[in-house]
Design a protein around this ligand. Structure first.
Ligand SMILES: *Cc1c(COP(=O)(O)O)cnc(C)c1O
Length: 384
C-alpha cells in the first residue's frame, strides 16, 4: 500500500465507524461560555474546572510577566530558559504539595512521557491502570520495560501482577481522577500494594489538582497518600497550561540529567510561570475554597437532577460527569441535540474510550450558574 492509500484507508475506516474526529474553531471563551460560528453556547466541554482561565488576576499576571520577561523563554531550561519566575513557581508548588522538589514541563503529556522514559529500563516493569491516560500508556508502551495493565481500580490484580518475579524495579502508574469516567482511584490501597512490593507509585492528578482537597492540594492529599512521583497539570483546574513533576531531591536531580523533554525543549514562557503563580495563589486562598464549594454544589445539583432521567451516569463525584450511551451515533446525536439548544458538550468515542462505551462527556465548572445546570437537565430530559 502506498502512503496515500494507507492514509485514505485509515480515514475511511474511521468515517465508517462514526469515529472521525474534527476540530472546531472556537472564536471566544473557556469558562462559562463558548462562541462558535458567531453563536454563543453554554460550555460543558472545557476542563477549566475553577473558571481561572478568565480570571482577571491571572490575566494581569501573565501581562505583567510578559512586560517583565518578554514573551518567550529563549531556550531550554538547561541553557537560559529557566528564569526566576520558573524557580519561584517550582518552590511554591513543592512547598504547597509537601515535596522536596517540583520540575516544570510544558505539558502533562510531556511530563508523563519524560518521566516514564527517564525512569524505566528493560529490566523493569510498569504496572498501570487500564484506563490510564494515553500519555501514560503510550510512554509505558514505548519504554523497554515490561508493561502490565490491571483492570480499572482493581487493587487485587495490581498486587498479583506486582508479586511476579523480576530482576529490576517496578513502577505503579495510576490517576487521581480518571479523565473519561470522572471516578477516583483507591489511592491508599494502591499505595499499600506498591509499598508491599517495594515498587514506586506514580500518580497523575491532572483532574484533581486545584479542585479537590484542602487548599486544592488534590486527590492524593485528600486520600492521605504521598506518591513517589506526583504529576500535576495546569491546563485544567489551573486554567492555564503546563505541568509539574513533584518528587524527592535525588529524583529531581536525576530527571534534570535524564528527562529528554526538559533538556531538548524550550522552557515554558516565564510569563506563563508568573500567571501560574497567580493561579496558585487563588487556588490556595478563600476564593479558591469558594470556587470549589460552588463547583461541588453544581455537581450535586446535576447528579440530583439527572437521577430521574433514563441515562447511565457513572460513579463520578467530580466535575467530569459522563453519560454513557454506548453507541457512537447516539452520542453524536445527543451532542447535536444539546447544541441546538445552545449547550455545548462533546461526544467521546472509541478509541479514546473502550469499544461500546461512547459517551457524552459533560464537564462542570465553578464558572457555571445553577440555571445553566437546570437548562442542561431540561435539554437532557427532552432526549434526542
Ligand atoms: C489532560 C491530561 C494529561 C495531559 O496534560 P496536558 O497538560 O494537557 O498535556 C495528562 N494526564 C491526564 C490524566 C490528563 O487528563
Amino acid at each position: 500500500m502506498s502512503w496515500q492509500q494507507r492514509i485514505e484507508a485509515a480515514l475511511s475506516e474511521r468515517r465508517a465507524a462514526d469515529a472521525l474526529r474534527r476540530r472546531i474553531t472556537v472564536e471566544q471563551g473557556a469558562g462559562r461560555w463558548l462562541t462558535l460560528e458567531g453563536e454563543r453556547f453554554c460550555n460543558f466541554a472545557s476542563n477549566d474546572y475553577l473558571g481561572l482561565s478568565q480570571h482577571p488576576q491571572v490575566i494581569a499576571a501573565w501581562q505583567q510577566g510578559a512586560a517583565q520577561y518578554g514573551v518567550g523563554s529563549g531556550g531550554s531550561g538547561h541553557v537560559v530558559g529557566h528564569t526566576a519566575a520558573h524557580h519561584q513557581l517550582e518552590r511554591e508548588l513543592a512547598q504547597w504539595l509537601g515535596y522536596d522538589r517540583a520540575l516544570l514541563f510544558i505539558s502533562g503529556f510531556a511530563a508523563n512521557q519524560a518521566t516514564i522514559a527517564a525512569l524505566t529500563g528493560k529490566e523493569d516493569r510498569i504496572v498501570a491502570d487500564k484506563l490510564s491516560h494515553a500519555s501514560l500508556l503510550e510512554a509505558a508502551a514505548l519504554s523497554p520495560a515490561q508493561l502490565r495493565r490491571f483492570a480499572h481500580n482493581d487493587v487485587g490484580q495490581l498486587a498479583s501482577l506486582l508479586s511476579k518475579p523480576l530482576n529490576g524495579q517496578q513502577l505503579v502508574v495510576t490517576e487521581g481522577i480518571f479523565s473519561m469516567d470522572g471516578d477516583s482511584a483507591p489511592l491508599a490501597a494502591i499505595a499499600d500494594a506498591a509499598r508491599e512490593a517495594q515498587a514506586w507509585l506514580m500518580v497523575d492528578d491532572a483532574h484533581g489538582i486545584g479542585v479537590l482537597g484542602e487548599q486544592g492540594r488534590g486527590s492524593c492529599h485528600l486520600q492521605g497518600v504521598k506518591p513517589d512521583i506526583l504529576v500535576v497539570t495546569f491546563g485544567k483546574g489551573f486554567g492555564v497550561s503546563g505541568a509539574a513533576v513533584l518528587c524527592s531531591e535525588a529524583a529531581a536531580d536525576y530527571l534534570v540529567q535524564f528527562a529528554r523533554h526538559l533538556i531538548y525543549s524550550t522552557a515554558m514562557p516565564p510569563a506563563q510561570a508568573v500567571a501560574l503563580s497567580a493561579a496558585l495563589d487563588i487556588i490556595r486562598s478563600d476564593e479558591g475554597d469558594a470556587r470549589r464549594a460552588q463547583l461541588a454544589a453544581l455537581i450535586g445539583r446535576f447528579r440530583d437532577g439527572v437521577r430521574g432521567l433514563d441515562l447511565a451516569v457513572t460513579e463520578s463525584h467530580s466535575a467530569i460527569q459522563p453519560l454513557i450511551v454506548s453507541d457512537n451515533s447516539r452520542a453524536l446525536r445527543l451532542a447535536h441535540t444539546l447544541r441546538q439548544q445552545g449547550l455545548f458538550a462533546t461526544a467521546i468515542r472509541p478509541p479514546t474510550v473502550p469499544p461500546g462505551t461512547a459517551r457524552l462527556r459533560l464537564t462542570l465548572t465553578a464558572a457555571h450558574q445553577p440555571e445553566d445546570i437546570d437548562r442542561l437537565l431540561e435539554a437532557l430530559h427532552g432526549g434526542e
